[in-house]
Design a protein around this ligand. Structure first.
Ligand code: IPD
Ligand code: CA
Ligand code: CA
Length: 266
């Protein structure tokens, strides 16, 4: 399977599905009540919105292209399939339940170990980031590219704070201090998919976090790379999913960022 096997309308169809489900999610935000929110683990929230959005997505994506699924809520892994949809139906659940507008729908299509297509859709701002491997990255159908900033000084950096696994909190805070001192500023948006999409679009110059799952980063990492950016693990290899550490940048500040990370996490 290659991108040449995908129908011409594939990217538009994918955006259509993400937008439809995203609009449904947005409507639920006003209706959400305290009783709707469950805890999956410490500070790990979920509601009927995440679960229903996931079912809507799997149904529609199966119609678009039958494949296995790796999804957050059901944690379905169909290892028999070479072709897999990797889905986070609602990335930014904490923001969502607290009434904040920063959340997204993230969908990627993976063939063996390669992402072929990805969409990150932000329903509240109507921003749809998409990419097909080898064909560039887009925001609402217009090409995007990463920033041209060459040094951390002057760079705006995104990260995600640890919120349930605090085993490396001291090291994380030491690293945060280094990024704060070396850059123009650090932001915590609360949706890793948006962090990656905004790095692809040049709003952020880089993004780093550890402990993420594949559904958080699959679509965003493809979009970032197709926008000309670089993504690696904190050991500077390609295994950012299995190593659960990610550094995604415009490319130009990658090594400088990596040096900071490796000065704390060696
Ligand atoms: C979370 C968001 C957040 C990141 C967390 C993720 P969720 O996903 O991407 O930015 O810091 O690590 O788990 O739980 O809202 O889908
Ligand atoms: Ca997520
Ligand atoms: Ca989620």
């Amino acid at each position: 399977m290659t991108t040449a096997d995908l129908p011409a309308s594939f990217e538009t169809d994918l955006i259509g599905i993400a937008t439809e489900v995203g609009d449904w999610i947005k409507k639920q935000q006003r209706k959400l009540e305290l009783d709707d929110i469950e805890l999956k683990g410490h500070n790990d929230l979920v509601s009927y919105v995440d679960k229903t959005a996931e079912s809507m997505l799997t149904e529609r994506l199966h119609e678009l292209l039958p494949a296995g699924f790796l999804t957050e809520e059901e944690v379905t892994v169909d290892t028999d399939d070479e072709l897999v949809w990797v889905i986070d139906p609602l990335d930014g659940t904490t923001n969502f339940v607290h009434g904040l507008p920063v959340f997204s729908v993230s969908i990627a299509l993976k063939y063996r170990s390669e992402y072929l297509a990805g969409v990150v859709s932000i329903p509240t701002t109507e921003e749809n980031f998409s990419a097909i491997k080898g064909k560039g990255a887009k925001l609402n159908s217009k090409p995007i590219s990463v920033s041209k900033n060459h040094e951390l000084k002057g760079a705006l950096i995104a990260t995600g704070f640890p919120y349930h696994d605090f085993g490396l909190l001291d090291e994380y805070l030491e690293l945060l201090k280094k990024f704060i001192l070396s850059s123009r500023g650090v932001r915590r948006m609360g949706s890793a998919a948006i962090d990656l999409a905004y790095t692809a679009a040049g709003h952020f110059d880089g993004f780093y976090e550890y402990g993420l799952n594949e559904w958080d980063v699959a679509a965003g990492s493809l979009i970032l790379q197709e926008a000309g950016g670089t993504v690696s693990s904190w050991k500077n290899d390609h295994q950012f999913v299995s190593e659960k550490s990610i550094l995604a940048t415009n490319g130009s500040i990658h090594l400088e960022s990596l040096r900071l990370i490796q000065s704390v996490f060696d």
